[in-house]
Structure formats: structure tokens, C-alpha cells
Design a protein around this ligand. Sequence first.
Ligand code: SAH
Length: 256
Amino acid sequence: MGRLAIVSAIDQELRGLLASLPNAQCVRRAGREFWVGTLCGHDVVLVRSLIGKVAAATTAAVLLEHFQVDAIVFTGVAGGLGAGVRIGDIVVADTLLQHDMDASPIFARFEVPLYGRSRFGTDALLSRRLEIACARVLSSIAAGTCSELSTVQLAGCGVAHGPRVHRGLIVSGDRFVSSAAEAQALQSDHADALAVEMEGAALAQVCHDFGVPCAVMRTVSDRADDTAHVDFNRFIEDVASRYTHAAVLAMLGAMA
Ligand code: SAH
């Protein structure tokens, strides 16, 4: 499948994967460290994008122009919006939208000006592969056969239900959503939104421009409300980065 980029916004999200790339070469560009190496026999580039839509767009553009990647997978955390999207679940995006885009009344609210659309799709095949890999990780945790994470560890992080994978709309914007009122406003604007984060829709737009496939997986770290996760970094380290590590390896392994 050529060269695959794996992108996260935050350092800890990539830590597990980086440890699996011991001989990676570090290339510095645009203030970021791009780790070029091989994972499960696949040519990969790992990079931390930093947080927000512009940071994600810059990272994607450099990956596509300078590193000539053939596909991009973004993995990170998000606030759950949809009913039944719980902390510890995973959301794989079908489409993404910028919830803070508003050039009305010149353009329809949320429409990206001059693109004639508000939603950008992910690649169906890559997303399906990612979704299958995520589901496999969650069932191996439930079966007690996952080396990364156990149900006891998950329960210790406040995830006591059997986590599941959801597939659908993710909305992105340059705002950490941490009040019930904001979360409700997003849901009334986008009834089908499953989760909110700060990078995915920007990445999807850049990939659309370049005609390169992308996929986005997000571990739900909070419910985007007033109870927003107490220890965000710990959750990333103990849960999200382990999901990411196991899911990326499962996906690449299945693509042998
Ligand atoms: N505490 C972190 C900053 C997190 S910013 C630090 O110190 O580095 C939030 C990051 O998590 C963004 O990358 C965003 O994509 C994602 N995210 C998780 N929950 C979110 C929410 N409720 N609203 C918006 N973004 C969220």
C-alpha cells in the first residue's frame, strides 16, 4: 500500500508506537519531528501534529508534499457527543466537518467556502480496516488476550462497560469543548455527530485536496461536558495510546 503516515496531536498518543520503531530516522521539518521507519513490514512515517486545525493541516501538507505518503491515519482522543458514545469507546470517522466554520450569510453555515460542501469523507477501505482492527483490539481486551490492556486496567481508568467501536460523523474545531451547553449546541447543529475533536476535519480537507486517502480513529476521553476528564494525560497514557498501538499493529498486520 505504499507509505503510510500515522499522526497524533499529542506526544503520549504516539509513544507506544514510537517504541516499536527502534531504528526510525528522525527528520525535522516545519517544527515537527517526522519518524521514518518500518512497522510490521510497512513503510511508515510517525509524527505529532500538535493541536488544532491549522497544526493538523500543516502536518498533513508536509507529509504529502515532502514525505510523499500514500495515506494518512490520524489517531487521538475526542469528546463523545452521540448517545451511547462512552468514555473508553472508539469512534472511526466516515465523514468530518468543521463545526466552527461560519462564512454565513455569504456561504451556508459550516460550508467550507468555495468547496461547496461542509463534510469531507474518509477513505472507505482504510476506515474499514481501521474499524476492524479497533474491534479486534476491544474483543481481545474483553477476552483477556490483549498484551497492552486488561479489563481490570480499563476499570481502573473508569471504563467499566464493554467498550465498543462506533462509525460516523466526527466534528472538529479550534475549541476544547468542556461544557454541557456547548456539547448540546453541537448536537443540535449536527444530530449525527458522534464525537468532537480539534484536528480531523482539517486533515480530511487537505487529503481531499491532494486526492490521498485518510482515516481517523478517536478514543473517547471525555463527554465534552462539565465533567471533562479529570486526568486527561493519564487517560491518554493508560488507555488511548495503548488502543492506538494495538490497533495500528493489528491493521498493519492484517495488510501484510
Ligand atoms: N491537556 C492536553 C491538551 C488537550 S487539547 C495537553 O496538555 O496537551 C485536546 C486534544 O484532545 C485535542 O487534540 C483534541 O483533538 C482532543 N480532544 C479530546 N477531547 C476533546 C473535547 N472535548 N473537545 C475538543 N477536543 C478534544
